[in-house]
Each structure stands twice: as C-alpha cells, then as structure tokens.
Design a protein around this ligand. Structure first.
Ligand code: GDP
Length: 393
C-alpha cells in the first residue's frame, strides 16, 4: 500500500523519518511521499531522511520557530492559519499514486496534538483518498498536561480521520527505562508493526506468489468504517532454504508425502504465531473481543507460509473477536523469519483510554481551580493587609 505520510510535530517527524529508513532497508515501497510539519525549527533540522524541501515550518509569525510549548490549542490555531503552507508541500505529492494519507503525531504534545486533526479535516475535504491517523499516546509518567492534551486530541482526531491507529507509549516502556530514553526502540517497534502491515499490500501477485496475497484494498476495507485500531505482532526466526523446486508445491499446501511433516509444522507455527500476536502486547492494549474487523498478515519466506495455517488463524480470530469480517493473506518476503501481524479495527473495550480520560479530567479541573484562584491569591500577596501602600501609577 502506498502512503503519503505527514509527520506532525517532533514525534510525528521522527516516526515518519524512521518509516523512510525502514523503506530503504527493506525495499517495502510503502512511503510514496513524506512531509514533516513543525513549529519548531530545531526538530525539523534533526530529521535525516525526509527531504529538506518537504519540511514545513509553520507559525513563524507567532512562535518564531521555537515550538508551541505543549499548548495544543495554539498548535491547532497555527495549523489552521498556515494550512496553505502545509498544502503547498502536499501539492508536490503525486496524489494519484497514493492509496491513502497517513498523519503521524504524538498526541501528548502541542504541535502534532493540535495540528493533526486540523490537517486531517482539510485533507478529507479536498481529496477522495482515505485519511488515516497514527496517534501516539503519552506515557502515564509524563504528567497531567500531556495526558489532557492527548485525551482532547484523541477525541478530535478520531472524528476527523477515516481510522485512527493508536500506539501507547505507556505500554511499551521497558522496565527501568524512561519513555524518553526508549524512543528509539519504541519507534522501531512502531515502524516494524505498521511496516509489515502496509508493506503487505505492495506485493504484486507474481509467479511464485499464491493468490492469497494481501491486497491494499483489504487493508482499506478493514480500516473502512472508522473508529480506533490496534496492531498485534509476533515473529519467529526460521531458516531460509535456497532450493527452488519444492517451494512452490509446499507453499500451495500440497500434502505430498515427504512434505506432509513440514506442512504440519508450518501450519502449527502459523497458528501459534497468530495467537501470540493477538494475545500479546498490542500497540494499544485492549480486549480483542468485540473488534469489528480484523486483518491477518503472515509475512515470511514462501516455503514457511501455507494457506491452511492462515485459514486456521483467521478462523481463530473470528472466534476471538466475534466478528465475521476477518480478512487474511500472506506477504512473501526474503527475511529469515515468519511474522504474524494483526490489525484489529473498530475496538471498543479499551481501559487505557478510559483511564487517560479520567486523569485528563482531573488535570483539567486542577488547572481550572488554580486559574480561578490565581487572581485572588496574587492580590493577597501584592496588596498590603491594611491597604496603606499606593502603587506608583
Ligand atoms: P510536538 O512537537 O509539540 O508535537 O510534541 P512532541 O512530538 O515532542 O511530543 C508529544 C508526545 O509524543 C510526547 O508527550 C511523547 O509522549 C511522545 N513522543 C515524543 N517523541 C517521541 C518519539 O520519538 N517516539 C514516540 N513513540 N513518542 C514520542
């Protein structure tokens, strides 16, 4: 699937930069164009792979290249005011060659948190291609204001995109490691998971590729219908055989005598990877029961994939989610591992979002209280008790 990616704010820019690196390393061909938008000049300068002409500095008149300081209302205002500059960069994208837009942002900050929903709304008005979001939730140790920003942005962003895929930094912190210190490792995880998923739709059905290969329309149909999505992933190293002859027959699921053992192993490996992917850590942890739609992508060397395994995995996902809309297919690669990537779309039972909203409401109440008392408190401090002093003017 070919995407036009827009990285908004620091996290968004860094993650899109990583997608480009992944694309170059794996040849997956998922990033047709990449644009970075920011109010902070230094963040744009720090990017490595996004071409300089595709880096857009907005809000120069307001914040002079210094960022919005985690003020997402200001982030949204600036995006609105400077939408023409963002559009100027998007004008360079050959939109007829892309399957969808993907706007990536950390929802806890200011620029990406406020600006992403504004740009999503704008793109949806102009283009017929789907507009997806990839929103990153802050770690719970980042504090009230980041949580409040994320909760407000989440609400708005979901409404403006065709689907919001979510990654929760909090669930991905390694023990003993601050989120800050772990961003590199976290960003690699994000790119691996979404890279396999979107890369699947880029394989052309060729001679040694069966018809069960995932098509980009299957990704689009899974995301279609809106809401919130999460991705599960599990992989296992395998040996890649260099031979040619037997591969095709095994891939096609022929149960010819010497291969039947291999076929059984392959099938078992696939079904256990599917379980691990769905029941292990998701990008946004949630209950998979009740997910409205799902897509299973099995990636790996063709001789380690078979239709029976994928079919069983798909059936198991139908049972677990209770949804009949579970698609599945393979993504043949040369990598020495077999990976299951599962997109669960339209998830509803997400305790983390409810917890985020609760903390956000507390933070908002606290901010309101302090603001309301601020004038009285300052007067108490500045005025002398008996009002004997006069100001200068
Ligand atoms: P902005 O530049 O104002 O949009 O804000 P940032 O992108 O710097 O930060 C927003 C949020 O994104 C933070 O609260 C973090 O939770 C998260 N974040 C920042 N940098 C990264 C990163 O490189 N990777 C990930 N996964 N999250 C990040």
């Amino acid at each position: 699937m070919k995407l036009a990616m827009i990285g908004f704010g620091q996290a968004g820019g860094k993650i899109v930069d990583k997608f480009l690196e992944y694309d170059k390393e794996t040849g997956s061909g998922i990033v047709r164009s990449a644009v970075a938008v920011n109010t902070a000049k230094a963040d744009l300068l720090g990017l490595e792979h996004i071409p300089e002409e595709n880096r857009v500095l907005i809000g120069q008149a307001r914040v002079k290249g210094h960022g919005v300081g985690a003020d997402n209302e200001l982030g949204a205002e600036i995006a609105e005011e400077d939408i023409d500059e963002v559009q100027g960069a998007i004008d360079n994208i050959p939109v007829h060659e892309v399957d969808a837009f993907l706007i990536v942002a950390g929802l806890g900050g200011g620029t990406g948190s406020g600006g992403s929903p504004v740009v999503a709304k704008h793109l949806k008005r102009i283009y017929t291609e789907p507009v997806y979001g990839l929103g990153v939730l802050p770690g719970s140790d980042e504090g009230g204001i980041y949580t409040l920003n994320a909760a407000r942005s989440f609400q708005t962003f979901v409404r403006e995109v065709d689907n919001l895929m979510v990654f929760d930094n909090d669930a991905w912190r390694q023990t003993g490691e601050s989120v800050e210190g772990g961003y590199d490792h976290i960003n690699e995880e994000i790119v691996r998971r979404f890279g396999v998923l979107f890369g699947a739709g880029e394989i052309e059905a060729g001679d040694n590729v069966a018809e069960s290969v995932v098509d980009s329309s299957e990704i689009i149909n899974t995301l279609d219908g809106g809401g919130v999505s999460t991705v599960g992933y599990a992989s296992e190293d395998v040996e890649v055989s260099s031979g040619g002859g037997g591969l095709l027959s095994r891939f096609k699921g022929d149960d010819s005598s010497d291969d039947s053992m291999d076929t059984a192993n392959t099938t078992n490996r696939i079904t256990s990877l599917v379980r691990k992917a769905a029941l292990g850590r998701l990008t946004l942890p949630c209950e998979i029961e009740g997910a409205e739609r799902a897509l299973l992508v099995m990636a790996g060397p063709p001789e380690h994939l078979n239709r029976k395994g994928i079919e069983r995995g798909r059936k198991w996902l139908e049972e677990q989610t209770g949804s009949m809309e579970v698609r599945g297919g393979d993504y043949p690669t040369n990598a020495p591992k077999v990976a299951a990537s599962i997109l669960l779309a339209g998830v509803h039972n997400v305790p983390r979002i409810k917890e985020l909203q609760q903390v956000a409401i507390e933070a908002q109440d606290n901010i309101d209280d302090i603001r309301n008392q601020s004038e009285d408190n300052l007067e108490d401090l500045v005025e002398d008790d008996e009002d004997e002093l006069d100001p200068l003017f």
